[in-house]
Design a protein around this ligand. Structure first.
Ligand SMILES: Nc1nc2c(ncn2[C@@H]2O[C@H](COP(=O)(O)OP(=O)(O)OP(=O)(O)O)[C@@H](O)[C@H]2O)c(=O)[nH]1
Ligand SMILES: [Mg+2]
Ligand SMILES: [Zn+2]
Length: 426
């Protein structure tokens, strides 16, 4: 049973060991959401890319994939040369189609060869290997340039794969070997060499795909599609229109806010951090401007001109806030500076503390931003993370240990919102 709501509205919360509330989960068979064009379709509508080419056979010779190239051209990507043919599984006899749990995964063609590469019927991009075996959830990571999006994504996936998944009796693995390489490369840069990533280029960025699987087989696995786009594009209406289609199709948003880019505290931080310089981006990009762009791009088109996509507002680089030394803004003993491990369920006690504290912080340092968030987003929660645990300058000089703080918490909140994990109190 997916739905637990045992002690939901109880008055005497403190006496209860564990309030568990998990939203009912969609039941299979699951429709596939294409992570590229976002069209939804059933699992037996997929197409296959033939695993071989046969010269002289018009059906199986290499061809230009017009649909795929149209998709790519629309996003200013290079067009591809001839590719292996496309197989429509429904034209093959029944015994040549292989299904697992009602999901079509492989076909055997007239040459008796097996093809496993499933394609979206609408754009011909390759589907993640778990599509259809559980729900697909699109997570957009947004924020100004240099807010820490790419470093956060790298640190988040590193932490989830190595530590958090285990605490929730689950495992997280890369959706395909290509993405796996990309993620690994970034993880090596940060966690082994203690170097930083280059700014994400202002072009079309492919998503990172991750599979979440619980040890308990009765829980559906999830395919998570993470989009990390360049901050430079976030304030460019043309870029957002073209490359930001995932944002309005998101199941969850992680909105990263860089404290160093907030005018009210920037000066203070610059002075206190003068010694170790670290990262002080010269470019201001107010988080509020990003919201204004999102409003024009899609929120206006939603009912009531508000979006109910769960949105985690996350203050990044929390390690830098320690140097504020200003109790008015954030206490020295703030929860933000202490790591927190949610285990088996999303801990509401911890959540209430950090959410309350960061809400107050945001109201003080950037009330216009907090104001637009309250107006246009109906389901938000506030967090603070340090993807690195310290200033990169110090990291590479010091003992080089990256110690992420609270990085998984915003994602766990999203998992809770989507019904993947339980929430409770201690
Ligand atoms: N002190 C501190 N600095 C951080 C942290 N995370 C990121 N930074 C700094 O922020 C810089 C930018 O991080 P990125 O993740 O590349 O920023 P981004 O948001 O992806 O930037 P664009 O791709 O240009 O949009 C890094 O080079 C680091 O110097 C952190 O946890 N603590
Ligand atoms: Mg980036
Ligand atoms: Zn598609």
């Amino acid at each position: 049973m997916g739905l637990f709501n045992l002690f939901g509205g109880s008055k005497d919360k403190n006496n209860i060991k564990n309030v568990v509330k998990r939203m009912p989960m969609e039941k299979g068979p699951f429709k596939i959401t294409c992570p590229y064009c976002f069209i939804r379709f059933t699992t037996n509508e997929v197409l296959f890319r033939a695993s071989h080419a046969e010269e002289g056979d018009p059906e199986y010779e290499m061809k230009i994939d017009k649909l795929l190239n149209e998709y790519r051209e629309g996003l200013d990507m290079d067009v591809l040369p001839e590719l292996n043919a496309i197989i429509s599984p429904m034209e093959l006899p029944r015994e040549s189609r292989f299904e697992v749990d009602g999901v079509l995964l492989e076909v055997k063609d007239k040459y008796d060869k097996v093809s496993k590469e499933r394609l979206c019927p609408y754009c011909h991009n390759i589907l993640p290997n778990t599509s259809g075996r559980g729900p697909t959830k699109v997570i957009s990571v947004i924020g100004s340039s240099q807010a820490g999006k790419s470093v956060y994504m790298t640190s988040l996936l590193y932490t989830l794969e190595r530590y958090t998944a285990e605490r929730f009796n689950a495992s997280l693995t890369a959706g395909s070997s290509k993405y796996n390489e990309e993620i690994k490369q970034n993880q090596r840069i940060i966690f082994e060499y203690n170097k930083m990533l280059d700014p994400t280029p202002k072009q079309h960025i492919d998503p990172l795909i991750e599979n979440l699987k619980f040890k308990d087989d009765s829980r559906p696995a999830g395919t998570f599609v993470f989009y990390d786009i360049p901050g430079e594009g976030m304030s460019d209406q043309v870029y957002i229109d073209k490359h930001g289609a995932h944002i309005k199709n998101s199941d969850g948003i992680i909105f990263l806010v860089d404290p160093l880019q907030m005018r009210s505290i920037r000066k203070k931080l610059t002075i206190t951090n003068k010694e170790d310089k670290g990262d002080f981006t010269e470019r201001y990009q107010e988080p509020k401007d990003i919201v204004v762009n999102l409003i024009e791009n899609f929120i206006m088109k939603q009912s009531g001109e508000r979006t109910n996509i769960p949105t985690a507002v996350v203050v990044t680089k929390s390690d830098m806030l320690k140097n504020l030394n200003d109790e008015d803004y954030i206490s020295e003993n703030s929860n933000a500076f202490r790591n927190c491990e949610h285990k088996t369920f999303f801990n509401f006690n911890e959540f209430d503390n950090i959410d309350g504290e960061i809400k107050r912080f945001m109201s003080k340092v950037n009330s216009p931003f907090k104001g637009v968030m309250d107006t246009y987003f109906s389901n938000t929660a506030y967090f603070a993370v340090s993807a690195l645990g310290g200033n990169p300058r110090n990291l590479s000089m010091g003992d080089g240990v990256v110690t992420p703080i609270r990085v998984d918490e915003p994602f766990l909140w999203l998992l809770y919102q989507m019904g993947y994990i339980d929430g409770g109190r201690e």
